[in-house]
Design a protein around this ligand. Structure first.
Ligand SMILES: C[S@@+](CC[C@H](N)C(=O)[O-])C[C@H]1O[C@@H](n2cnc3c(N)ncnc32)[C@H](O)[C@@H]1O
Length: 239
């Protein structure tokens, strides 16, 4: 039986992979997210509760990825595993964001890009904001040791600290669990997202050099993805 947690753990082995995580993902942003630069894309949303609702939700999400070549590899009661354009992995987890974060943490994967956009904290039934403490701190704790984390958000007083959304500083620092983090606000528009959404880059200060460079990463080889796809049994019929 295919096991999502074991699969995530297997992805953490071998080459260094850039993981993008989008909590409260909904079902309409597939295309814009898959355009972003990462090797593994994890989405979570607890809205569909029944198996039938999950099937319908996946169908709509799949349709939202229209420009990409999405191939369903495995379906479980809590997830969909798919390849994106034959060279990236996608995992949709139909659980609470905190459960998804625990699965990422337990797998040993690290998060390179985090998307905190319309996460349901204002409307959408979220009991906490993904861009504030404590949720964001759980994410920052999963920043790769060898580099920074890009954060795409449309609201976050935690990252903006004192100056507010419309008047951002170009840089802020904050301390979390004895590490100092440097936030460079580059306010890059992210294509496909709402106008207000922009990108920040956060670095652990001890890793920042004057050029904000990080250790080059190795990329997943096509061969590796093909082999893993072949080794998984498609179990969509069961769900
Ligand atoms: C307003 S919708 C926006 C969806 C998507 N971010 C977008 O911009 O289209 C918010 C989504 O967050 C999901 N959600 C809210 N709280 C959640 C939680 N704690 N865990 C997982 N999903 C959550 C809801 O089910 C809903 O689909």
């Amino acid at each position: 039986m295919f096991n999502t947690q074991c699969f995530l753990s297997s992805l953490s082995k071998g080459y260094s992979k850039r993981l993008l995580y989008y909590p409260s993902a909904g079902q309409r942003d597939g295309c814009s997210v898959c355009d972003l630069d990462a090797d593994i894309f994890i989405f979570s949303d607890f809205r569909p509760k029944s198996l039938a609702a999950r099937r319908a939700f996946w169908k709509r999400f799949h349709q939202s990825c229209a420009r990409h070549n999405i191939r369903l590899i495995a379906a479980t009661n809590i997830s969909r595993i798919f390849s994106i354009d034959r060279r990236k992995w996608g995992i949709f987890i139909f659980l609470d964001n905190n459960q998804a974060v625990k699965m990422i943490r337990d797998s040993g994967l690290r998060i390179s890009t985090f998307i905190g956009v319309t996460d349901g904290c204002a409307e959408g039934g979220n009991y906490e904001c993904c861009n504030e403490s404590p949720f964001l701190e759980k994410i920052l704790a999963l920043m790769p040791d060898d580099g920074g984390m890009s954060v795409i958000t449309d609201h976050s007083s935690y990252l903006f600290q004192t100056d507010g959304w419309d008047n951002p500083k170009s840089e802020t620092n904050f301390v979390l669990n004895d590490s100092t983090y440097k936030t460079s606000i580059i306010r890059e528009r992210v294509p496909g997202f709402r106008k207000r959404a922009c990108k920040f880059v956060i670095w652990k200060k001890c890793l920042v050099n004057e050029k904000n460079e990080t250790v080059p990463r190795q990329f997943r080889e096509q061969k590796e993805l093909d082999e893993m796809c072949r080794s998984i049994i498609l179990s969509d019929q069961l769900f």
